[in-house]
Write a protein that binds this ligand. Sequence first.
Ligand code: ZN
Length: 67
Amino acid sequence: MRELYSQRIECPHCGHHIHVSLDTTCGDQDFYEDCAACCNPIHLNMHIDDLRNKLELHVDSDDEQIF
Ligand SMILES: [Zn+2]
């Protein structure tokens, strides 16, 4: 299993495609990435499935959060 992934995701706010780098060495991660197009925060939830050696990435827009 590689340790660094580059994943293309779609911004839930504007549909813009951005690339995020995922470091799988630290286990499951919950983090935010700002969209380059609309500057809205994108909530990313990364889950490592050790059993199936798989990486799951969930993308959410936290609409209720105001910055
Ligand atoms: Zn966007």
